[in-house]
Write a protein that binds this ligand. Sequence first.
Ligand SMILES: *Cc1c(COP(=O)(O)O)cnc(C)c1O
Length: 235
Amino acid sequence: MDRIAELTHQFSQIESSIRDAEVAASRTVGSVHLLAVSKTKPTSDIETLVRLGQKRFGENYVQEAVEKIHTLCDLDIEWHYIGHIQSNKTKIIATEFDWVHTVDRKKIASRLNEARTGEPLNILIQVNVDLAETKSGVAPINLKQLAEAIWALPNLRLRGLMSIPDPASDEDLKRAHQTLKSLFDELKDSHPTQEIFDTLSMGMTNDLGLAVMEGSTMVRIGTALFGARPPKDSV
Ligand SMILES: *Cc1c(COP(=O)(O)O)cnc(C)c1O
């Protein structure tokens, strides 16, 4: 199969997996968005998917992403930054992307806010749901305070939460998803002005169905869509 046929096939498989998962979870059909995680993949793959109707793309590496964003600037793409944020990269991230999924501290939020001009930058807070010591993400106990800090920043629009759980078992994974969903609901209820707060970025290739069952509104899919990446890049 040539590359275009392969991507076309994988894209339609993923779309139907998402629709099946929505039905299985008694969710509204169309309520879960696909974020195509295109890190390490060529711009030609992205162009193919755009032609098939895909709009949201996620990237992890700033330099690689910026080159792609510039190359594809004529296409209607919403760019999501899903990698770790170094503070010396906040300016370029705030300038080039539409969404950032991995904000986990106030200092980073303030720097993104200072650098952003025009439309507010859509923000998700990354939560360390399983409290793994080596991982990024705010601890659940500090989440509300960080959300309030972000709500006060005019150039950021807090849209929801994100997690990258690293579970030992399916049970742990399910618990991690349930934790994120309940933190999301609590925060949504506690926010007085009803600013749009609508996104739960949860689920990847291996746990798409489970994540949709537990309330995800955006699944981040790389491998199932584009094929395997070099080992060092597997997240
Ligand atoms: C790479 C990556 C993904 C995609 O993972 P797959 O298992 O290939 O679907 C999703 N989210 C984040 C944060 C990633 O870094």
